[in-house]
Design a protein around this ligand. Structure first.
Ligand code: SF4
Ligand code: SF4
Length: 489
């Protein structure tokens, strides 16, 4: 792994600059601001399509409902996770463990095969920066050269209004993004309730939203490539996850070196068949100027490279213009570049990851299939805690909601009862005996009445319920209930 310090702040031509220690850091510790020039080649267009499809998916997942629930809900506070209609709880440790293992192995397999394809094509940092925030910047402030000239110049009215409009648009996008992001954790239903309720009752929500928006704004307006270069742990892991057969964006030094600029006359001679003592790289710097992390791909595999393929598009354009074959920079493996051999796809780590992944997905699917005939989710009504009923010896009442789904393919009848603690009872709000059609889901609200003595020194009691189907208990969910502290040890 080598590190580059090769680019000039004006776009550079890949030569060492005495003032730089890193691609984005000057020797005096100052940030070197990048102005990457976009290269709108075929790979960029493909990434644009993928990027916008992912943005649409990210926006839709908490919005679209499946069976009365958001498609994805990560309710960390209530330790309840909904993934495409399946509800998991923190107690479903096997499912959660399998899910984490499958995610890690998928990343491992993808990286072993395709290098940092996630960074260049799928990571929200890249997708939103390249296809939302940078286009806004270019639209308002103009091309890279114009922006750089204006940034280095004094404050003028023109500079001030452009900056104000750009940051205003950034703030609007960041606010939308923050709402979508938070919706994954609390649901849009709850968000809308908070947004339309009195601010004094939901000040926590406004603070949380302001902080999330500010962080997103800071990241995309200022921090940018520093996130990939200095913070993201995945970048640091790549050397462990990749090998010489992984597909990466690489410059081919066998073809390109010795690099050298040519005069128009020399290029013309080459096009006419003359042989120069030079490689195909004309040292034009287009690959460096387009790089969003400011590196020179010709220095070899680098930690900063997010495999965005912009240098491929840029160099292919140059090759086309001088009648040379495309692919001086291309997706290839280190083995191909160094030994000229084809990348070996079926290698031990790929086979091992694939087998493990297939086995884990099989287990996950089987466990899901073999699940209970009814899925039950019970939770306290959010916001409310409990109510002490008036009168000597009266129980403590809490409002709870059951969500039941009939997971069989036949109509079933159900009954909800409370089994404990001793002396507890349910006070009906909705009917506690009901029928559900195949795959139907319903919500049942009820009050749980628990004798005060069970709450003890912690002010908590574990309520156990029974769900009966045709007289047989099919599930016994439990829920920790809040109540008054009844004795102090
Ligand atoms: S070197 Fe090429 S692929 Fe890597 S980040 Fe720069 S432009 Fe993207
Ligand atoms: S764009 Fe291609 S030709 Fe130009 S400097 Fe980069 S590698 Fe060389």
């Amino acid at each position: 792994m080598t590190r580059t310090n090769s680019t000039d702040s004006d776009g550079g031509r890949g030569r060492e600059h005495p003032d730089q220690v890193l691609s984005t850091l000057q020797r005096d510790g100052e940030r070197r601001w990048l102005y990457p020039t976009p290269s709108h080649g075929p790979l960029w267009r493909a990434r644009l399509v993928v990027g916008w499809a992912l943005i649409a998916l990210f926006t839709a997942l908490p919005l679209v409902e499946i069976g009365g629930e958001p498609a994805v809900l990560l309710d960390v506070i209530h330790r309840r996770f909904v993934i495409f209609g399946a509800v998991f709880h923190a107690t479903d440790t096997v499912f959660l463990m399998l899910f984490l293992l499958i995610s890690c192995l998928t990343i491992g397999l993808l990286t072993a095969l395709l290098g940092r394809v996630w960074c260049g094509w799928g990571c929200p940092q890249t997708v939103y920066l390249e296809f939302v925030f940078r286009p806004i910047e270019r639209w308002v402030e103009g091309s890279e050269t114009e922006r750089k000239r204006r940034d280095e110049g004094p404050w003028t009215v023109d500079k001030a209004w452009r900056k104000a409009v750009k940051h205003g648009l950034y703030a609007a996008v960041a606010l939308g993004l923050a709402h979508t992001f938070v919706a994954y954790f609390v649901s849009w239903e709850k968000l809308v309730e908070w947004m339309t309720g009195p601010p004094t009752q939901h000040w926590g929500f406004f603070v949380m939203m302001a902080i999330t928006t500010a962080l997103i704004l800071f990241d995309f307006a200022y921090f940018r490539e520093q996130m990939c270069v200095t913070i993201c742990p995945y970048a640091k892991l790549q050397s462990v996850l990749m090998d010489e057969d992984s597909m990466i964006v690489s410059y081919d030094p066998n073809r390109g070196e010795p690099r050298g600029r040519r005069s128009r006359a020399q290029i013309k001679k080459e096009q006419d068949g003359a042989k120069l003592e030079l490689g195909d790289c004309i040292d034009c710097g287009a690959c460096v100027r387009t790089c969003p992390t400011g590196i020179d791909i010709r220095d070899g595999l680098q930690l900063e490279c997010v495999n965005c393929t912009q240098c491929i598009d840029a160099c292919n354009d140059i090759m086309e213009s001088i009648d040379k074959p495309k692919g001086l920079i291309r997706y290839t493996s280190q083995r191909q570049i160094e030994d000229g051999e084809e990348a070996n796809i079926l290698r031990p780590r790929v086979i091992l990851y694939s087998l493990l992944l297939a086995a884990l997905m099989g287990i996950f699917g089987f466990l899901l299939y073999a699940e209970q005939p009814v899925s039950v989710d019970v939770r306290r009504e959010s916001g409310a805690s409990y109510r002490q009923l008036d009168g000597e010896g009266q129980p403590v009442a809490s409002s709870v909601q059951f969500r039941l789904r009939n997971q069989t393919d036949q109509t079933q009848s159900y009954e909800i009862t409370v089994e404990g603690p001793e002396g507890s009872s349910l006070r009906e709000v909705d009917d506690l005996s009901f029928e559900l059609d195949a795959n139907e889901m319903t919500r049942v609200n009820t009050w749980v009445l628990i004798p005060k003595r069970h709450f003890g020194s912690e002010g908590r009691a574990e309520a156990t319920f029974a769900i009966r189907s045709d007289g047989e208990i099919v599930q016994k969910p439990s829920l920790s209930m809040q109540g008054p502290i009844t004795h102090v040890e």
